[in-house]
Design a protein around this ligand. Structure first.
Ligand code: F6P
Length: 489
């Protein structure tokens, strides 16, 4: 069954139930007040109870809102234009050629995914060849790769951190501050080579970031929902302002669809209901995200955080223990490469799974010769054909009673998300659809989808372990942890 939403269509033919049957069964799980809840969400009034604040990321879907959150629209736009046109000069008078976004989780995944997906829509690319890089991991692994190819005098760092206190991010920043010397002094670096994006303005000020280089966003914008806010600066630096605005417009169109479309036509609601049905009735605990367009290859990583950090919970919004399954394990990978890696297991392995395939039907290739364009168009068709074929085999299977190796059990339910073209609008609509799916499932399961105490607990234990490794404490943990600490010492 094909359903059309803004910039996006959804085919649910390969699910166990028709949409009507689904609404008859899983649809009953939608709480009576679901309409109120989705309206509250879209008005920025839904409450994140445990953290005692409203949930406001939907309000970020316009550049106006971004500008308001980042103090003044003109500053966001001016900054993008200045950096993209080579007018932002470093402390030694040379134009900035490289920007490095340092952030982790939502302060990395959304911006990186968006920048990667939309870089070809840059409308002013000829102005200046600005390279945007991303560094997230606390082990410094990405700094090893980026630092050798950038120059302290021509590089600007964006410290992206909602809290402005995440240890991973500041571990990277601390190393950068060692690396810039002797080319720059610390004062020069702060003056012209750093921008802060955070909900914690005081934190940025205390750190020494000049007010003109601070961009803020609301506390109600969760890290994993923040690519629409000023946190999306590195997307806008990659594409220019207009494609960034178009991404927000696509998301906004999906917000309106989520709010207004009847349930049987409502893409995010259907995604949510099929997910609940697959999880509860079919007992399938995982969802593979399989994009068939290389520009979306970061989608599985992004959705892992969006879904698993939001709905991987065993307690209700009012802190009661629950005993039913909630959000599934999200995994996956770029479909065309997955075919040559893990698809064998999907076709003939023992395990149950469900999948969301994402396909892009057409791709313009401006700037290439006619011959190359026809080659690329053929490749796009090849990718679509493979997507359809593998999805079909996973659902229909193929039987050969004489040869087990030629037997494909099938029966694996999947959705197909279809974009006629990947544009900033369709990309924005896709991500907003998943946000609303996660919200809807959270409502059905009675969760607060906007906190993450498990992650916070892990961070705290890590600090306890670090104190022992640094010789500042002799706390004991368990046999395994203690033995490894001993070995490291
Ligand atoms: O992993 C937990 C988390 O709090 C995420 O929710 C968040 O996106 C990430 O850490 C980074 O946090 P911050 O943006 O505050 O540095």
């Amino acid at each position: 069954m094909m359903k059309n939403g803004p910039y996006l269509a959804l085919d649910t033919s390969y699910q166990k139930l028709s949409v009507d049957e689904l609404l008859e069964t899983a649809g009953k799980r939608l709480p009576e007040h679901f309409d109120d809840y989705r309206q509250q969400l879209c008005r920025g009034e839904y409450r994140n109870i445990s953290e005692d604040r409203p949930v406001t990321h939907v309000l970020s879907r316009s550049v106006h809102a971004v500008a308001k959150q980042s103090n003044r629209k003109t500053r966001f736009v001016d900054t993008v234009q200045k950096l993209r046109s080579g007018r932002w000069l470093g402390s030694t008078g040379k134009p900035i050629t490289d920007v490095v976004n340092i952030g982790v989780g939502g302060s990395d995944l959304g911006p990186q995914m968006g920048a990667f997906a939309l870089r070809e829509f840059a409308n002013d690319a000829a102005l200046h060849n600005l390279q945007v890089h991303f560094v997230s991991s606390m082990d410094g692994g990405q700094l090893y790769a980026v630092l050798p190819i950038v120059d302290p005098e021509t590089t600007l760092f964006i410290i992206s951190s909602k809290s402005f206190g995440t240890v991973d991010t500041f571990a990277n920043v601390d190393t950068v501050r060692k690396w810039i010397e002797p080319d720059l002094t610390q004062e020069q670096w702060l003056e012209n080579h750093v921008i802060g994006v955070s909900a914690n303005a005081q934190g940025m000020t205390d750190y020494g970031i000049p007010p003109a280089q601070q961009f803020t966003f609301g506390d109600g914008v969760g890290g994993r929902f923040s690519l629409w806010s000023a946190l999306g600066l590195s997307i806008a630096l990659t594409t220019g302002v207009r494609p960034f605005e178009r991404m927000l417009e696509g998301a906004k169109a999906m917000d309106e669809h989520f709010l207004d479309a009847p349930l049987a036509e409502n893409l995010p609601v259907l995604l949510a209901l099929y997910g609940v049905y697959n999880r509860e009735q079919l007992g399938i605990n995982n969802l593979a995200i399989l994009p068939y367009d290389g520009r979306l290859r970061m989608l599985p990583n992004y959705l892992q955080q969006l879904d698993m950090e939001s709905n991987g919970k065993q307690y209700t919004a009012d802190n009661k223990a629950i005993d039913y399954p909630t959000g599934p394990i999200i995994w996956g990978g770029f479909g065309p490469n997955g075919q040559h890696a893990f698809f064998q297991h999907l076709h003939q392995g023992y395990d149950q799974f469900t999948a969301d395939f994402v396909t892009v039907l057409k791709r313009e290739a401006p700037g290439f010769s006619d011959a190359t364009r026809s080659g690329l168009a053929e490749q796009q068709r090849l990718a679509v054909a493979n997507c359809l074929a593998h999805r079909r085999l996973m659902w229909d299977g193929s039987e050969n009673t004489d040869s087990p190796s030629d037997h494909y059990p099938g029966g694996h339910p999947s959705n197909l998300l279809i974009m006629d073209e990947l544009t900033p609008e369709s990309f924005g609509a896709l991500i907003a659809a998943y946000e609303h799916k996660v919200f809807t499932q959270g409502v059905i399961w009675g969760l607060n989808s906007f906190d993450q105490p498990g992650v916070e607990k892990g961070k705290k234990i890590a600090m306890d372990v670090l104190r022992v490794l640094d010789g500042e404490s002799d706390e004991c943990f368990d046999q395994s942890t203690d033995a490894i600490i001993q070995r490291m010492r």
